[in-house]
Design a protein around this ligand. Structure first.
Ligand SMILES: *Cc1c(COP(=O)(O)O)cnc(C)c1O
Length: 411
């Protein structure tokens, strides 16, 4: 009999989004006339930028002509895309990232999980609490943790609590950790990181030989000119950080699929024999073996993000969601709720009123206003008592949702 990877059995049964779907479906069946507005799952709602669509249509035509047809592309991505990313996303901000250090992929979700392939099994791994669940679950699957406790914490992981008390930025751990996941602007809290704050992490990582796994999926939402978009804006980061970026949230590619991971050639990890090995080589080998590249058509669509028209359209798209976030912040505040985030991020993180648990507030909001959000406890034990509202929605839905909340909650 074939055996299984028993680590999968450690994963928590009631995964967040299926449980939300279950409760919403039950409510919808009991209340068929309710008009439910979903401000829960972090998926975009607005159509693809025209520059991207035009480029992809042209790329489809390329595929229909023998002279411009493309078969397998480079596993690392086409150089014309990697070059534009290197110059416009990194070098323009003073980060010395070369095209060869950029790996194009079909998503940051998969990359943040797949990256564990190149690391050993004895690393001490730190995550914030609350956290994007993918970082935790992929470590569980990889066998890097023990079982889960009642609070939802896995044995063997180092949890760094974040809350209003520390501005949703984790304190540097007192112990030594080898891998650290950081996400800024943050999902789920909408918090941002200053250069000074990131510098403390970079210094910590460089002095302990740790690697920072930096998720910058929401960098396009930064409007404050003092906030860093990339961890490589911090001196020393090229010696300790891998950065993940995605076209999902800036250009609406959640259903189109394109992302990138930066692995500087200056990064190393320890082999069992004590020697230092370039992480770039391992990731390059991993991708060349297990991945066959992103579709030519989609990479042409991503390339169009860097055109003048593409830049303007992406900016407009991001501004639209940020305006939603502003409306949500203002109206929730008016309703007497305490809110965080939502300024340089598409997520608003609110404190549940009257000490309600995250799931009790979820049920109350659904029943009284027919609005769906995401319970903070689904992102980790320290998310209990908080609730995430997403700005990814149409303006009409946002306005209607806020009108309902004001009616029901205003004191
Ligand atoms: C949406 C999101 C991503 C992007 O994932 P893709 O697989 O590229 O769509 C990455 N990290 C976080 C924290 C996200 O919320």
């Amino acid at each position: 009999m074939a055996t299984i990877n028993d680590s999968y059995l450690k994963l928590k049964a009631g995964y967040l989004f299926p449980e939300i779907a279950r409760r919403v479906n039950a409510f919808a069946q009991a209340n068929p006339d309710a008009s439910i507005i979903k401000l829960g799952i972090g998926d975009v709602t607005e159509p693809l930028p025209e520059a991207c669509r035009t480029a992809m249509i042209k790329a489809v035509e390329d595929m229909g002509d023998r002279s411009s047809f493309k078969g397998y592309g480079p596993e690392q991505g086409y150089s014309w895309l990697r070059e534009k990313i290197a110059t416009q996303d990194f070098q323009a901000r003073g980060c010395e990232i070369e095209p060869g250090e950029i790996f194009i992929s079909d998503g940051s979700k998969c990359d943040t999980g797949n990256i564990l392939d190149i690391f050993g099994s004895n690393n001490t791994i730190a995550v914030t609490d609350p956290v994007y669940p993918v970082y935790v679950d992929t470590n569980v699957m990889a066998g890097n943790t023990g079982p889960v406790n009642d609070a939802g914490e896995f044995e063997g992981l180092v949890y760094l609590p974040i809350s209003a008390a520390n501005n949703f930025t984790a304190a540097i751990p007192s112990q030594k950790v080898d891998l650290i996941y950081l996400c800024f602007p943050n999902n789920p809290t909408g918090a941002t990181a200053s250069k000074d704050y990131l510098k403390t992490w970079v210094d910590y990582a460089n002095s302990h030989g740790s690697i920072i796994l930096f998720d910058a999926a929401y960098e396009a939402f930064i409007t404050d000119p003092d906030l860093p978009h990339s961890i490589y804006e911090i001196e020393g980061a090229k010696n300790c950080a891998i950065e993940f970026r995605s076209f999902s949230k800036n250009a609406g590619f959640t259903g189109t699929r394109c992302a990138l991971t930066v692995v500087p050639k200056t990064l190393t990890g320890k082999a069992a024999d004590g020697s230092d090995v370039e992480l770039w080589k391992l990731w390059n080998r991993r991708q060349s073996t297990k991945f066959n590249g992103v579709s030519y058509i989609v990479q042409r669509g991503a390339e169009a993000v860097y055109s003048e028209a593409g830049q303007a359209q992406v900016k407009a798209l991001v501004s639209f969601y940020l305006e939603n976030a502003t409306i949500i912040r203002e109206q929730l505040t008016k309703a007497g709720l305490t809110v965080y985030g939502g300024i340089n991020a598409p997520y608003i993180w609110l404190k549940t009123p009257n000490e309600l648990s995250s799931w009790d507030f979820f049920d109350k909001l659904l029943q009284t206003t027919n609005i769906v959000g995401t319970p903070g406890s689904g992102f980790g034990a320290a998310g209990e008592g908080y609730f995430r509202i997403s700005a990814f929605n149409s303006r009409d839905n946002v306005n209607e949702a806020m009108k309902r909340i004001l009616e029901k909650f205003k004191v």
